[in-house]
Write a protein that binds this ligand. Sequence first.
Ligand code: FPP
Length: 257
Amino acid sequence: MMGSIADHQERCEAWGLDSERIPQHVAIIMDGNGRWAKERGESRVFGHVNGIDSVRSSVEAALELGIKHLTLYAFSTENWNRPKEEVNALMDLLVETLVKEVSELADKGVKLRTIGHTAALPDSCQVQLQKAAERTSHQDQLELILALSYSSRWEMVEAVKSMMNSGVKAHEVTADLISEHLTTQGVPDPELMIRTSGEHRISNFLLWQMAYTEFHFSPVLWPDFGKEEFIGAIRDYQNRERRFGGLLDTNHNVETK
Ligand code: FPP
């Protein structure tokens, strides 16, 4: 589906991108659904429903660019504090979307993974997530990681518990060992994090993993964040000089990968 290296290079060039500097992992805080709906005199849920189109556009763009991991902050631990109706609607939307889209995701080579305290999700969500993960488990073009009931501090607490339960000694603790006990185990740290809607915060998202990540803050509300905006964020990333605390762009040897 992705075609040859020459095709990829040509496609990237057409978008003003360098095909050799496409990030492997992009993480997104999808923000602004509520405001988008309010501007239209609609309920917040209407914004979330329309946010699904932007999820689709980002997945398609990631596939076309050859990005290997895309993490979407779909529901934070703090989001449980929203009104019950909104939480239920978000869970229903997730189930509905999984049921509707799983075949197409599998056809396109997308493998689904979740991070977060998924045991706290309604049973119907857990069942569909499990089914979708199984159905797509052999795909290898793009790993789509949904952060659900996720917060970075929750994840770090779980990692510490897990290390202590496995009898890890204090002198054995390293940055790499901590990475291995996080829910993102095996996933390279994101090179780029995008947050939409003009908010400049990281809201308890991948705090450990984003030690060296470039941030792209877009004023666009999530339901309006289409393929062009996604490509624009990658272009912005490519214009950054990444030094990892050193002096050279080529010094990528950071301890946590
Ligand atoms: C933030 O907007 C958005 C969310 C909390 C939910 C994001 C969820 C989706 C786009 C649907 C998830 C579905 C799948 C399948 C991944 P907000 O409500 O905080 O907006 P506001 O800041 O304008 O109020």
